[in-house]
Design a protein around this ligand. Structure first.
Ligand code: PLP
Length: 380
């Protein structure tokens, strides 16, 4: 199989697997235990915490390990917008469901939510964010990059204005953290989430960054109560091996990210030009600087993408977002950028990764084109 679905998840880097094998073998003790074995596990966990903190320009005390971005997004949003007096939240129409559905649950609990529209590239206008702020706004949540159309949001610009207004800013950085530089101070965020498995780390582990300036003022309300781990923010014995694997994953990422982004953009260009020679398609995402370098979303006119993928054996790509692919409804992101139902039906999401070769990109283009070229005739 040629795996071109790195926005859904990534294969584990061998260095991560090695670190996790070490952890599973040698760091099995509970990192909260005061005996020598516990202290050894604790030290490795703290080393990983340090690596994650450095990776995003945070302090170690600002890193909370979670089970992934879904939990991180829930914790960030429900943790800040506490029960009680109704408050207001601002977000965008193209967020992941773990943000949008969390906001919906707040709405059901009596809070107000403003969901801002995006332009045809999937980008939110910082001016609209500013205009949406109210005296009772408790939080703004804007993703770093989109998981379907790869749009990079103007988070730093939004951060400057939320900071000036004294409103906390949360950023779901799950899709950007692997290929864009992420520095919490430069972005101006108070909360930031990501998952291990999108950056060649393990599944079931993630990070919520909570700025000390925010938690000092008003500690987040935890979702999980219990043993007081993670400074009381997230109870439960840490998944030591996964945390250590995540530490290794950010260690690998921290070296050579820029060169890798250039290589990935090159693979995408190769794939698209190869494809263009063989079959007509339209791009649903951009390939310039305002988009992730490794991903593209396109539609084959007249083709049903679900059917197409069934017929392209040995190629792993996706239609819309695999994160909620059980839902058969058309992608909320593709609708938000204004695509017609027909174009959504034909849309395919392709994302290249660390182990993708030039040959993979070319072979994938030919395989997709071969099926796409005969599909319209069949459905006509
Ligand atoms: N946010 C974004 C932008 C994503 O792409 C995903 C993954 O699918 C998530 C959140 C959820 O991540 P996880 O499934 O690891 O909790």
């Amino acid at each position: 199989t040629i795996y071109l679905d790195h926005q859904a998840t990534t294969p584990m880097d061998p260095a991560v697997a090695e670190a996790m094998t070490f952890a599973a073998t040698h760091c099995y003790a509970n990192p909260s235990s005061p005996h020598a074995a516990g202290i050894r596990a604790f030290r490795e966990v703290e080393r990983a915490r340090g690596a994650v903190a450095r990776f995003i320009g945070a302090g170690r005390s600002e890193i909370c390990f979670t089970s992934g971005a879904t939990e991180g997004n829930n914790l960030a949003i429900k943790g800040v917008v506490r029960p009680g007096a109704a408050r207001h939240v601002v977000t965008t129409a193209v967020e992941h469901k773990s943000v949008l559905d969390t906001c919906r649950s707040l709405r059901e609990a009596g809070h107000e939510v403003t969901v801002l529209p995006v332009d045809e590239e999937g980008r939110v206008d910082p001016g609209q964010v500013a205009a949406a702020l109210r005296p009772d706004t408790a939080l703004v949540s804007v993703m770093l990059a989109n998981n379907e159309v790869a749009t990079v949001q103007p988070v730093a610009e939004i951060g400057a204005l939320t900071r000036a207004a004294g409103v906390p800013l949360h950023c779901d950085a799950t899709q950007g953290v692997g290929s864009l530089p992420v520095d919490v101070a430069a972005l101006g965020v108070d909360l930031l989430t990501f998952s291990g498995h999108k950056i060649y780390g393990p599944k079931g582990v993630g990070v919520l960054y909570v700025a000390n300036r925010l938690s000092d003022r008003a500690p987040l309300v935890p979702l999980l109560h219990g043993g007081g781990q993670e400074r009381g923010l997230r109870a439960g014995t840490l998944n030591t091996a996964a945390v250590i694997g995540l530490g290794a994953a950010v260690g690998v990422l921290a070296t050579g990210r820029e060169a890798e982004a250039v290589r990935l953009a090159g693979l995408r260009a190769r794939f698209l030009s190869e494809l263009a020679d063989l079959v007509p398609y339209v791009l649903n995402s951009g390939t310039g600087p305002g988009f992730l370098p490794h991903a593209v979303n396109l539609s084959f006119p007249g083709v049903d993408a679900q059917q197409l993928l069934l017929e392209v054996a040995d190629l792993a790509v996706s239609t819309g977002s695999a994160c909620n692919s059980s839902a058969q409804e058309p992608s909320h992101v593709l609708r938000a950028i204004g695509l017609a139902p027909e174009r959504i039906r034909g849309s395919v999401r392709i994302s290249f990764g660390r182990f993708t070769t030039e040959a993979d990109a070319a072979t994938a283009a030919r395989a997709l084109a071969a099926v796409a070229a005969r599909e319209p005739a069949r459905s006509a």
